[in-house]
Design a protein around this ligand. Structure first.
Ligand SMILES: [Zn+2]
Length: 285
C-alpha cells in the first residue's frame, strides 16, 4: 500500500495508521559536504529511499523527510553548500513534530538516521522526551553500510550468487576490498554504493584524488589519555569531510543490492518495533 504520509488524503490516512499499527518512521539526514565527489544531500537521499523501501516490506507510515541535521561546519574548512541548524532548534522542532505524529494517532516513532553527526543529540533528545513523560515512544536506528564488507561476508558465507544483483566481477571487487580491509565512514564506498542505486548522476568520481579520505590521526593523542572530543575527534581526523579509501568501482548493480539489503535490515527492525507491546505498556504503567 502507499506508505508515504504525504501521498495520502485525509480520507485514506486512517487506513495507513491502522495498517502501520500506529508506527511512524522518520527518515533523517543532513545537508553537508561529502568529499568533493558526492552530493550534499547524500544522507537524506539514502534515508528517504531506504525508509520507503523498508516500509514496502513492513508497513509503517513514512513521515516527510527530516532534511536538516547538525553539521560541524565550524570545524570544517569546506562549508560550501552545507546547511546546519542549532541543536536547540532540532530539539524544539523534532519534539513538536513527534507531538504532531502522536496527535495523528501514532504512538511509536522510529527515527531512521543516516547522518553520524545527529547521533549524539538524538540520544539526548530521546532521553529528554522520556523524562517529559510523553505518551508515545521514540527510538532510533542508524544506517549500516552494506558495501563492501556486509555484502562480502554474505558471499563468503553463502557462496557466489548469494546476492542476485551482482555479476562475478562485482563479487570479486567486493571480496578484494573486504580482504584489503577497506576503510569506510563518509562519502566512502558504502555511502557511494547506496547513491549509485539512487542518483548515480550526482557522483563525481572524476574529482577523487584531490582530497584524502584517510585519517590525519590528529585525535589520537587525546584519545590515548582518555579525552573524548566531540564526535571522537572526527573533524580533526577527517578535515575533508571524507572518510574512506577512494571508492572506485561502484556501479548501479552494487547500488541496487546495497539498498535492498539495507531496506531488509530496516524492515526487520520495523517489524520488531511494530509488534512490540512492552514499550507502550511501560508508558501506561
Ligand atoms: Zn553521509
Amino acid at each position: 500500500m502507499e506508505t508515504r504520509w504525504m501521498y495520502h488524503t485525509s480520507a485514506t490516512f486512517g487506513e495507513l495508521r491502522t495498517a502501520s499499527r500506529g508506527t511512524c518512521l522518520i527518515p533523517m539526514g543532513c545537508v553537508e559536504k561529502h568529499g568533493l565527489h558526492m552530493a550534499l544531500g547524500t544522507d537524506i537521499m539514502i534515508a528517504e529511499r531506504v525508509a520507503y523501501m523498508a516500509s514496502q516490506l513492513e508497513t509503517v507510515a513514512v513521515f516527510p523527510d527530516y532534511i536538516f541535521g547538525d553539521v560541524a561546519e565550524r570545524q570544517s574548512e569546506h562549508t560550501e553548500g552545507t546547511l546546519t541548524l542549532p541543536i536547540e532548534t532540532h530539539f524544539l522542532l523534532l519534539e513538536q513534530l513527534c507531538d504532531q505524529i502522536y496527535r495523528n494517532g501514532f504512538r511509536k516513532i522510529l527515527i531512521y538516521n543516516c547522518h553520524g553527526g545527529n547521533q549524539a543529540w538524538l540520544e539526548a533528545f530521546i532521553r529528554n522526551l522520556d523524562n517529559k513523560e510523553k505518551n508515545y515512544v521514540v527510538a532510533k536506528a542508524f544506517v549500516e553500510e552494506q558495501a563492501p564488507h556486509v555484502m562480502a561476508r554474505r558471499i563468503l558465507a553463502e557462496g557466489s550468487g548469494a546476492i542476485p544483483e551482482l555479476t562475478a566481477e562485482d563479487e570479486a571487487l567486493l571480496l578484494r576490498y573486504h580482504k584489503e580491509g577497506m576503510t569506510l565512514g563518509h562519502a566512502c564506498f558504502g555511502e557511494g554504493s547506496f547513491i549509485m542505486g539512487i542518483a548515480p548522476e550526482t557522483m563525481r568520481l572524476d574529482l577523487l584524488g584531490r582530497e584524502s579520505g584517510l585519517s590525519t590521526g590528529e585525535s589520537a593523542p587525546y584519545r590515548e589519555v582518555g579525552i573524548a572530543l566531540k564526535s571522537n575527534g572526527w573533524n580533526l581526523d577527517f578535515p575533508n569531510a571524507f572518510c574512506g579509501h577512494d571508492p572506485y568501482g561502484m556501479n548501479e548493480r552494487i547500488g541496487a543490492a546495497a539498498l535492498r539489503m539495507e531496506a531488509e535490515r530496516l524492515a526487520k527492525a520495523l517489524r520488531v518495533f511494530k509488534e512490540d507491546e512492552k514499550l507502550l505498556a511501560m508508558l501506561d504503567k
